[in-house]
Design a protein around this ligand. Structure first.
Ligand SMILES: Cc1cc2nc3c(=O)[nH]c(=O)nc-3n(C[C@H](O)[C@H](O)[C@H](O)COP(=O)(O)O)c2cc1C
Length: 218
C-alpha cells in the first residue's frame, strides 16, 4: 500500500509563469488567476475555487490548519467568515499572523499568502450574514464551533429550538461571536507546476508600501 502511494506522481506541463507576464499588482494577479479557477470550477463538479487552507498558530507557535471559504478580496485583503470563539478565532485573537493556501489542481497552480488577520467591520459581517440562507444563519447560532459536545442531538435540538423561535419570517440577528476576518497580506506567492519538478514560483513581498517581485527556486 505504502509503495503505491510513493509511486503517485504527475508531471505538470499545461502552463508556464514568468515575471514579464504578471501584473505588478499582486491583487490584480490574484484576480486573474481566481477568474480562471472560477471558470474551471463552473465546469467541474465538486471543485470549489474559493476553498482555501487557513493556517493559524498559538502565540508559542503551535500551528493548526483547516479549510475555509474565501468570500471576497480587494487591495485590503482576503475575507472569510467564521465563529470568533472557535479555535481559529481564539488563535487569531492572540496571534494575528496567519497563512492561506489555494490549490487549483486542474490549473496545476498554488497560491500562498502570509499576513495578518483582523475582524472586518461589523457592517460588512451583517451584510454577508443577512445574505446567507436562513438555515445557515440559524446554524451560526446553533453550533458552538470548536467546543466538545456530547452528541449530535445537541446541535439538532438547538436548531429545532431556533427554528421554533424564529419561524419563517422573524429577522435573525447576527450572533456577536460570528463574523468576518480580513487577511492583509505581506507576501503572496504564485506557483505554476512545470515539468520535471522545475516549477515556476513568483513571490510578491511587501516592502513598506511597495511590492517587490522575485522568482524563487522550486
Ligand atoms: C470546503 C470547506 C469549507 C469550509 N468553510 C468554512 C468557512 O468558511 N468558515 C468556517 O468557519 N469553517 C469552514 N469550514 C470548516 C472548517 O474547516 C473547520 O472545521 C471549522 O471552521 C472549525 O475550525 P477550528 O476548530 O480550527 O476553528 C469549511 C470546511 C470545508 C471542508
Amino acid at each position: 500500500m505504502q509503495k503505491k502511494i510513493a509511486n503517485l506522481r504527475r508531471d505538470y506541463q499545461s502552463r508556464t509563469l514568468d515575471i514579464t507576464e504578471l501584473s505588478s499588482d499582486p491583487f490584480l494577479q490574484f484576480k486573474n488567476w481566481f477568474d480562471e479557477a472560477l471558470e474551471i470550477a463552473n465546469e467541474t463538479k465538486g471543485f470549489e475555487a474559493n476553498a482555501m487552507t487557513l493556517c493559524t498558530a498559538t502565540p508559542d507557535g503551535q500551528p493548526s490548519a483547516r479549510i475555509v471559504l474565501l468570500k471576497g478580496f480587494d487591495e485590503n485583503g482576503f475575507i472569510f467568515y467564521s465563529n470568533y470563539k472557535s479555535k481559529k478565532g481564539q488563535e487569531i485573537e492572540t496571534n494575528p499572523n496567519v497563512a492561506l493556501v489555494f490549490h487549483w489542481h486542474d490549473l496545476e497552480r498554488q497560491i500562498r499568502i502570509e499576513g495578518q488577520a483582523g475582524r472586518v467591520e461589523a457592517s460588512l459581517s451583517d451584510k454577508y450574514y443577512n445574505s446567507r440562507p436562513r438555515k445557515s444563519r440559524l446554524g451560526a447560532w446553533a453550533s458552538p464551533q470548536s467546543q466538545t459536545i456530547d452528541n449530535r442531538e445537541i446541535l439538532e435540538n438547538n436548531m429545532q429550538q431556533l427554528q421554533a423561535d424564529y419561524g419563517e419570517e422573524k429577522p435573525i440577528p447576527r450572533p456577536p461571536h460570528w463574523g468576518g476576518y480580513r487577511v492583509a497580506p505581506s507576501m503572496i506567492e504564485f506557483w505554476q507546476g512545470r515539468s520535471s519538478r522545475l516549477h515556476d514560483r513568483i513571490v510578491y513581498q511587501k516592502d513598506n508600501e511597495a511590492w517587490r517581485i522575485q522568482r524563487l527556486a522550486p
